[in-house]
Write a protein that binds this ligand. Structure first.
Ligand SMILES: Nc1ncnc2c1ncn2[C@@H]1O[C@H](COP(=O)(O)OP(=O)(O)O)[C@@H](O)[C@H]1O
Ligand SMILES: [Mg+2]
Length: 458
């Protein structure tokens, strides 16, 4: 019996898939590619596979990214500059980025002025500016879509404006330092006097000793508190969603379909006596893990998929799909609002962690974007999610140059969010009525199919 080359690939790849199932924790795409390739005589190895010559450097040695990089079998280096791929903190960039010349192929995991998206006050400034620009251009319908961030003012600069607004819309507001993370320095208030007391207090001055010496104030944002969050079992949660930007000009970004909801341990309450209780109001894991009721085995997280399924049973598919579609649109608009501000650099890519709060009316609110989302694995499920997601990041950054030249709509668990550089034949942004966010993550299957298709096409 004669086999067509195609069926030969299929038969071989079934065998490959079995071998892969036995060895976990390395890149599926890489393994499929390697194993199929070996069975075809290894011609591809000479042309494209050069994993053993890729030098990686990793700043974080105890998190999932280090494990994923090791599993790629690239060569680790501690060299300051002699690397091909560097996963770093943003500090390194301030010290070196402007003083070095990177070769074409080198890749680094932050953009030079990433903070335009990830510093709380800059994000709001850029979103407000985008809205205004659209209004000036008479694109009123699109401008009205920039309604996914709570009303926010930068302090101390916009204190006067805030006071006027506070008088118009009293209730609960939230103060957040722009330069901190993990819920640190955040507090809720209901009376202006609470701010003036705080202003006089040492906290108005920076905790950063350098700023303290020059008597500078620390910047904060003051934001309308979302008083009716969507609750499950009486508890508040927010969503962590991962977005990979490969380029800002043209904008090219992918959205990871898995993510999680981070719950509080305490029941939600807007009672006066609970306003200062962080365990009730702040969903940050770093705060919730200290709750007396915290269970380290079960954690405080739900997968985005479980959350979506739960919500569908309550509200039906159409409403929940609309919510996830709105989340996707808010993320896309946030990127569009900074794309002309962030310095494009072909060496850079960035993985962002979006914090989204959903309210009772199933409306999503963008709270902030993190440039260095936590890659620590708190539970086995957390590890599985982060490991797979980071492995797909590396596949998309494509140091080994194995991805097809035409933009892929899906790579592992990442779905294309936008590709402004796409050719005529492929859409510039994916039709946006549906979002794969929270859908079943078929990354293993998808990576195998991709490796197979790639090898079949030669
Ligand atoms: N405007 C808001 N309305 C309701 N809850 C909020 C609001 N802003 C922040 N929170 C809560 O506080 C947490 C921390 O806020 P966030 O802006 O993410 O700052 P951080 O950098 O400290 O994580 C959020 O995860 C959310 O639970
Ligand atoms: Mg946060």
């Amino acid at each position: 019996m004669l086999y067509s080359p195609h069926s030969r690939v299929e038969i071989q790849s079934a065998r490959v898939a079995r071998q892969i199932r036995k060895k976990k924790n390395t890149s599926i795409f890489q393994k499929c590619y390697r194993l199929i390739n070996n069975q075809f005589g290894g011609e591809m190895a000479q042309t494209k596979m050069s994993k053993n010559s890729i030098k990686f450097r990793c700043f974080w040695k105890t998190t999932t990214i280090y494990e994923v990089l090791k599993a790629r079998q690239w060569v680790e280096t501690e060299s300051e500059l002699d690397w091909d791929f560097f996963w770093s903190d943003v500090g390194w960039m301030y010290e070196f980025f402007d003083h070095i010349h990177l070769a074409d192929h080198q890749r680094f995991n932050h953009f030079r002025n990433y903070y335009e998206l990830t510093r709380k006050d800059f994000l709001i400034k850029n979103l407000k500016r985008m809205k205004k620009t659209l209004e000036k251009e008479d694109k009123l319908e699109e401008a009205a879509n920039y309604n996914f961030f709570p009303q926010t003012y930068a302090l101390p600069a916009e204190y006067g404006l805030f006071v006027e607004e506070f008088k118009r819309i009293p209730g609960v507001w939230i103060m957040k330092p722009v330069g901190k993370a993990r819920g640190r320095g955040i507090f809720l208030f209901t009376r202006l006097s609470q701010i003036s007391e705080w202003k006089k207090d040492h906290r108005w001055k920076s905790e950063n000793p350098q700023l303290y010496v020059v008597n500078q104030v620390e910047n904060y944002i003051v934001q309308k508190y979302i008083e009716s969050p969507y609750l499950i079992g009486g508890k508040k949660f927010d969503l962590r969603i991962y977005v990979l930007v490969l380029s800002y000009a043209p904008l090219k970004a992918y959205l990871y379909r898995s993510g999680f909801a981070r719950f509080t341990n305490a029941h939600f309450s807007m009672k006066k006596e609970d306003i200062a209780n962080k365990l009730v109001h702040l969903t940050n894991f770093s705060i919730q893990k200290h709750a007396p009721t915290y269970n380290s085995k079960t954690g405080t997280k739900w997968s985005l998929h479980s959350l979506k399924m739960h919500m569908i049973t309550k509200h039906g598919e159409a409403k929940v799909n609309e919510l996830f579609h709105d989340i996707r649109s808010a993320i896309l608009r946030s990127l569009l609002s900074v794309q002309n501000v962030i310095i494009q650099d072909k060496h850079c890519f960035e993985l962002y962690g979006y914090d989204i709060l959903v309210d009772k009316a199933l409306k999503p609110w963008l709270l902030e974007v993190n440039a260095s989302p936590s890659l620590a694995a708190d539970t086995p499920q957390d590890r599985e999610l982060k490991y797979g997601m980071l492995d797909d990041v590396l596949t998309l950054v494509d140091m080994e140059r194995r991805l097809p030249t035409q933009t892929s709509l899906q790579v592992g668990g990442f779905d294309l969010l936008v590709d402004q550089g796409a050719t005529e034949s492929s859409p510039k942004t994916v039709p946006s009525l549906f979002s794969y966010l929270g859908c079943y993550n078929d990354r293993d299957k998808q990576l195998k199919q991709m490796a197979k298709a790639q090898l079949a096409s030669g």
